[in-house]
Each structure stands twice: as structure tokens, then as C-alpha cells.
Design a protein around this ligand. Structure first.
Ligand SMILES: [Cu+2]
Length: 151
């Protein structure tokens, strides 16, 4: 999954000069990408289950990208969590308001770190199935990815 993010400055230039031939070329030069890779969901046998999903994000843009909301038809509720281990070796997870991906950085959700909790699955999720996950960015963009169900 790859989307184009255009900087505000570029958009301003283009809106002001849509008919100028130079606009297109300039947009392409300044276009940058925010990508999702390797999305997967842990299998869940029954409806009403809770399971986890993981996505790797690559922010190739010069701007911080904030993913402020996640949703999926496969679950009633999708929450962003982060697992951490305290001094005594006990693992905790806390709900996060948003996922922040720094400019020109990647961030991989993984067991023991950032993950999505799919709470109240609306269908059984056997291995091999594809689950669509929709993400709302703080800049107003909405992107989606297909996550493969795995055991
Ligand atoms: Cu969790």
C-alpha cells in the first residue's frame, strides 16, 4: 500500500497555477510516500473474540505522519496498544491515542510493542483470510491496508 503525500506548499502552488504545465512536474518532484507493509492478524476462531494485528509503516516523507484512528469491519472496536515490560519483568499494555511516525523513519508494530487490538471480532478469522484495516491520518487522509490472517 502506497499513498502520496503532497506538502502543503506544493498544493498551494498547484492550486494557484493548475493550468501551468510546470505545476505537474513540480508536484511529482516534491511528492513523497507513506507506506504500509507486512500487515497481519493473529487468527481468531470465533466471532466475539479479541485478537491482535500488526502493521509496518514506512514514512518516506519530510513530515511527521500521525495515525489517529484505526478501524476494521472485522471487529467492533480497534484499539492501538503498546506493550512494555516493567522493572520486575511484568508485561503491561496501555492504550495509545495515536501512532506517530517520524519523517524518513519506519515503525514496525510487533508482539511486545505497538499492536492493534481487534475487540469483538465480527466473523471467524482463519489463517489465509484477508482483513481490511482502515487508518485515519491527522492530516485528514484515509488509507487502508489488507492484513493476512496467520496462526
Ligand atoms: Cu493490546
Amino acid at each position: 500500500m502506497r499513498i502520496l503525500l503532497l506538502s502543503r506548499a506544493t498544493l498551494g502552488v498547484c492550486l494557484g497555477g493548475l493550468v501551468l504545465a510546470g505545476c505537474k512536474r513540480e508536484s511529482r518532484l516534491q511528492a513523497t510516500t507513506f507506506e504500509t507493509h507486512d500487515a497481519w492478524v493473529r487468527s481468531a476462531p470465533d466471532t466475539g473474540s479479541t485478537t491482535a494485528a500488526y502493521i509496518r509503516f514506512v514514512n518516506g516523507s519530510p513530515d511527521t505522519v500521525v495515525v489517529s484512528h484505526f478501524e476494521s469491519d472485522a471487529a467492533r472496536i480497534v484499539e492501538l496498544h503498546r506493550s512494555s515490560t516493567d522493572g520486575s519483568g511484568e508485561s503491561h499494555m496501555t492504550m495509545q491515542n495515536a501512532l506517530v511516525v517520524a519523517p524518513n523513519h519506519s515503525l514496525a508494530m510487533k508482539p511486545g510493542g505497538y499492536h492493534l487490538m481487534l475487540i469483538g471480532t465480527t466473523e471467524s478469522l482463519p489463517a489465509g483470510k484477508l482483513v481490511r484495516i482502515v487508518m485515519h491520518l491527522s492530516n485528514g487522509s484515509i488509507i487502508a491496508t489488507s492484513a493476512r490472517v496467520r496462526l
